[in-house]
Write a protein that binds this ligand. Structure first.
Ligand SMILES: NC(=O)C1=CN([C@@H]2O[C@H](COP(=O)(O)OP(=O)(O)OC[C@H]3O[C@@H](n4cnc5c(N)ncnc54)[C@H](O)[C@@H]3O)[C@@H](O)[C@H]2O)[C@@H](O)CC1
Ligand SMILES: Nc1ncnc2c1ncn2[C@@H]1O[C@H](COP(=O)(O)OP(=O)(O)O)[C@@H](O)[C@H]1O
Ligand SMILES: [K+]
Length: 509
């Protein structure tokens, strides 16, 4: 699904009104009704006090539509107008009039702090103060109202976007801390960035019937990857095939005390369908790997404890390098030797990335379309500090362009970035915040690259499947029970789940 900016959504809104024979009032009615239906489905008529805070623009208009339907269905609703100026949008006014027809209880007018209603922790708050029309930080008493709502501890549903959050820049003032966001037309980038994702809580996109052809034509290269998108990347296996068709990969890394990392990568690679998998490790890893993973082959370095050389005559389809390798000079020399002899894209993870940061001249040697999989700490070492997520994305994009590589920025939502394109993964869960989880991911992506997936497709599908495996393990054992070894061993099941409708993707889509 495309991620769109507020401006792009407004354009789609305008186009739909002009071409699809629908008025802006009808579109607002549709949007508000969809929100009402979601609430009604969950509350099932429960007598919970609902407090709706409506701004005076179209977001506020949505709030009035939602309120009207809730009142008509017998809910205990109190509407408030947050009158931050004397202007009112046209559709707000039309819906304000309609409230008169169904209740004598006019919306309460809030113009200053003294007008704030009490909000109990058991109330259900609907935030329809500002939508994507926000063009400056929320200030004065409206900012205090936002804090008042946040401090109440009441469950808060944001309409379209939590008030105070910009869709295309970091927040500056007060922002509604929502538990749930029902957003219109398309997801917005800020819902997935580490600095701002917590404001939105769980996000659901409502299809309000914006013109599909127009949306398809919008130039957005940012996509959300979920269960609709990922299966299309899968390459089915042929009946008429043999192990040579599914890649001969090399996983290189490990050091004394950290052989587990490459073992996890290789285990994941085998369960992702690799035809042949060889590990290249220091001598101390030999017995550990041979006895733990008999499916894999092992080549050993001369050095007992760390990599010091690289077997350049080994012909692998692709290489996954760096997990648990340490950053000793000898090991950097080994990496340099690899890079000088490798033309096809490789994957670099963990200490491989730290080696690139330690010796940046190696970056130029990376084969085109190689995949780098940093977590935020490794990314910082590669591209430098950033002030906010937007600056981070810009720096990462420049880095990807400069060195012709794909960046897989790991996190609660993992970002896969190549040039102007950005893919945001939605599978996975907090149980995956556990040692070795990243090693598993590097094995999965290396395996797919070895199976002839284009590096960017291998990264997108690999990250999604990796998260799916984490979701499968979590659904069986709870978040705390997730281990990376279990994730590696469940990769095959994750492929099966890719094509089943009821996949639970961490509830984040
Ligand atoms: N397809 C769509 O885009 C649809 C949009 N709708 C709703 O319309 C919303 C956008 O509505 P509007 O453009 O009227 O804007 P908002 O309702 O988000 O904001 C209202 C106005 O407040 C002013 N303002 C902005 N920042 C302020 C600040 N910090 N302090 C005081 N005033 C400020 C601006 O002049 C803005 O136009 C969407 O978020 C959505 O909820 C829906 O009604 C239906 C369809
Ligand atoms: N809260 C979370 N939700 C979803 N995925 C997560 C979460 N925390 C971590 N992950 C995933 O787990 C992996 C952790 O990788 P990394 O930090 O490299 O771990 P390690 O170095 O222990 O292998 C990444 O793929 C990341 O996306
Ligand atoms: K809002």
């Amino acid at each position: 699904m495309k991620i769109l900016s507020g401006k792009q959504i407004s354009e789609a809104d305008k186009y739909t009104i002009e071409h699809d024979g629908i008025t802006s009032e009808e579109l607002m009615e549709r949007a508000g009704t969809l929100v009402f239906k979601q609430i009604h489905q969950r509350l099932q008529g429960a007598p919970i006090p609902i407090k709706i805070f409506c701004g005076i623009g179209n977001n506020g208009g949505d709030g009035l539509v939602i309120g009207r339907h809730l009142i008509q269905h017998g809910y205990d609703v109190k509407l408030y107008t947050v009158a931050y100026s004397d202007k009112r949008s046209e559709d707000f006014l039309k819906n304000y009039e309609k409230i008169k027809d169904i209740t004598n209880d006019w919306p309460g007018l809030i113009k200053e702090v003294d007008d704030f209603p009490e909000i109990s922790v058991g109330d259900f708050v609907i935030d329809a103060i500002f939508g994507v029309g926000l063009n400056r930080p929320i200030e004065s008493w409206v900012a205090k109202l936002v804090t008042h709502i946040n401090d109440s501890g009441a469950f808060t549903l944001a309409v379209d976007i939590p008030s105070g959050l910009f869709d295309d820049q970091p927040p500056q003032g007060s922002v509604i801390q929502a538990n749930y966001t029902l957003t219109f037309g398309a997801p917005k980038l800020v819902f997935y960035l580490p600095d701002t994702m917590d404001y939105a809580g769980e996000v659901q996109v409502l299809d309000i019937g914006l013109n599909k052809r127009f949306i398809a034509g919008i130039d957005s290269r940012t996509y959300l990857i979920g269960k609709q998108e990922a299966p299309a990347l899968y390459q089915p296996r042929n009946k008429n095939s043999h192990k040579g068709d599914y890649g001969n990969i090399l996983i290189a890394g490990g050091s004394y005390g950290k052989i587990g990392s490459v073992l996890l990568s290789a285990t994941a690679a085998m369960h992702t369908g690799s035809g042949l998998c060889t590990l290249y490790v220091p001598k101390c890893g030999y017995e550990i790997i041979q006895s733990s993973l008999p499916e894999a082959m092992v080549l050993t370095d001369e050095n007992e404890q760390k990599l010091s050389d690289f077997p350049i005559d080994f012909e692998a389809d692709t290489i996954g390098f760096g997990m648990g390798a340490g950053t000793e000079n000898e090991s950097i020399t080994a990496f340099e030797k690899l890079l000088q002899n490798q033309k096809k894209p490789i994957l670099v993870d963990a200490d491989g990335l730290n080696m690139l940061s330690k010796k940046p001249e190696l970056l130029k040697l990376l084969p085109e379309n190689s995949v780098l999989t940093p977590h935020p700490g490794e990314l910082k070492r590669l591209i430098g500090e950033w002030e906010n997520d937007f600056e981070k994305l810009e720096k990462a994009r420049n880095f990807s362009k400069k060195f012709n590589v794909i960046l897989v920025i790991k996190g609660a939502y993992t970002f896969i970035l190549q040039n102007e394109e950005l893919f945001i993964n939605t599978s996975g869960n907090p149980g995956m915040a556990t040692a070795g989880s990243g090693d598993v991911l590097s094995g999965v992506i290396t395996s797919l690259m070895g199976q002839n997936y284009q590096p960017v497709a291998a990264s997108i599908l690999g990250v999604f499947i990796h998260g799916l495996s984490g979701d499968l393990v979590a659904s069986a054992q709870g978040y705390e029970g997730v281990t990376s070894g279990e994730m590696a061993r469940n990769m095959g099941k994750a492929f099966q789940y890719l094509f089943q409708k009821e996949i639970k993707t961490g509830g984040k889509e």
